[in-house]
Design a protein around this ligand. Structure first.
Ligand code: ADE
Length: 297
């Protein structure tokens, strides 16, 4: 049982609406599922691990008294995504009103050591999987009935050192969000994204103690001077899905305590590997400038 946080939205905001949330069995996805179910939506959580998903659905029902279905799906598999959307449409009486593309996965590695297989796996999950879910929800329901999609990406605005694959994939989803917003506006479909910064999510419990402290210390580089919460991301997702955002499409909302505007993101060792054009030293340049000024006097 989770102490369901109060939502800022009215309790029946999503009554009678159907929402699919990929990666809805844990973390941010589960928080979104909890808020949507609490606000009256029929919620379908999708993920790869059946037992974990069913357990999450039971939790969410206990937390909210709402309607939550668990539908196993591998978003990298076209057939699996088609089945998910067909099942969700059936559960929603023929329509899916909302899709939250939250499922994702990556692993830390310096870029030079990412194997091709690992690169493809991350791009397939985060970028191709998101695309497949968008395309199939379009055909299963939204082309006919309209709807709203929110893609959960990441703070990758200044690159994503240490996980270059996920940065590239999430940047791709940011652009996909804009393309779909433009192509599907005339079908009554809004497509937006949310870019969470560093979030104190349920995954924190799995970190080793040393990394836990490193993670908490990241607050030093966030103007808000704290990490975000899953509920703070969920609240933004819910607003983008809601009618209150009916003129918002193609937007990416940063939920990061202004962290993405902060400069220092990566320790760069002292080095002289980036040679100046022409190969002159700082001393030579300064001497040259001083001579020019002397001449001008
Ligand atoms: N979460 C992480 N990877 C996933 C995948 N391939 N399908 C569904 N949920 C996921």
């Amino acid at each position: 049982m989770h102490p369901a946080p109060p939502s800022v939205f009215r309790p029946d905001l999503f009554a009678g609406r159907t929402a699919v949330i990929t990666g809805g069995g844990s973390g941010i996805g589960k928080a979104v599922a909890r808020e949507l179910a609490g606000l009256g939506a029929i919620v379908v959580i999708a993920g790869r691990k059946k037992a974990r998903l069913e357990e999450a659905a039971a939790d969410l029902i206990a937390d909210t008294g709402g309607v939550v279905h668990a539908v196993p799906c591998n978003i990298r598999d076209e057939g699996s995504v088609k089945s998910l959307m067909a099942r969700a449409a059936a559960l929603g009486g023929g329509r899916i009103d909302y899709l939250v593309n939250n499922a994702g996965g990556q692993f830390p590695s310096p870029a030079g050591w990412i194997k091709t297989k690992g690169w493809h796996a991350v791009v397939e999950t985060n970028l191709t999987g998101t695309f497949l879910c968008c395309r199939e929800v379009f055909h299963a329901s939204m082309d006919e009935h309209g709807g709203a999609i929110v893609n959960v990406i990441a703070d990758m605005w200044r690159g994503f050192p240490g996980m270059a694959h996920t940065g590239a994939a999430r940047a791709g989803v940011d652009n996909l969000t804009k393309s779909l917003a433009l192509e599907w506006a005339w079908r009554g479909i809004r497509v937006n994204a949310v870019a969470p910064g560093i979030i104190l999510s349920s995954g924190y419990a799995n970190y080793d103690p040393v990394f836990r402290q490193v993670f908490l210390d990241m607050a030093d580089n966030i103007p808000a001077r704290r990490l975000g919460t899953e509920e703070e991301v969920s609240s933004s997702v819910c607003w983008l899905l809601s009618e209150g955002a009916s003129f918002v499409s193609g937007a990416t909302m940063r939920v990061d305590g202004a962290g993405s505007l902060w400069r220092m993101s990566w320790e760069v060792p002292d080095h002289d590997a980036m040679k100046r054009y022409g190969g002159r030293s700082v001393e030579a340049i300064l001497t040259e400038h001083a001579a020019i000024e002397e001449d001008a006097e």
